[in-house]
Design a protein around this ligand. Structure first.
Ligand SMILES: [Zn+2]
Ligand SMILES: [Zn+2]
Length: 79
């Protein structure tokens, strides 16, 4: 079974803001964070959009410094 290492607390993921270079906060998975898949979210931050989408867990990330917001795609690992 594949699990998301971030959802399961198995790893720390550090994302730096492409706009200002500050460390971004990684929040919950997109599915938990928004009621609907938010159409206004930018996809420019997606790191890993290759591979099987069912193997990808998308998390919301947010930069406190400049307010930039995006999605990071975490590749699931085998349990
Ligand atoms: Zn996850
Ligand atoms: Zn920023």
């Amino acid at each position: 079974m594949n699990i998301c290492p971030l959802c399961n607390g198995l790893m720390e993921y550090t994302k730096y803001c492409p706009r200002c270079g500050e460390k971004m906060e990684i929040y919950d998975r997109v599915e938990n964070y928004y009621d609907d898949y938010s159409p206004y979210l930018s996809y420019e931050l997606t790191d890993l959009n290759d591979g099987d989408p069912s193997n990808i867990c998308s998390h919301v990330c947010y930069c406190k410094n400049c307010g930039n917001q995006g999605i990071v795609s975490i590749k699931n690992i085998r349990e």
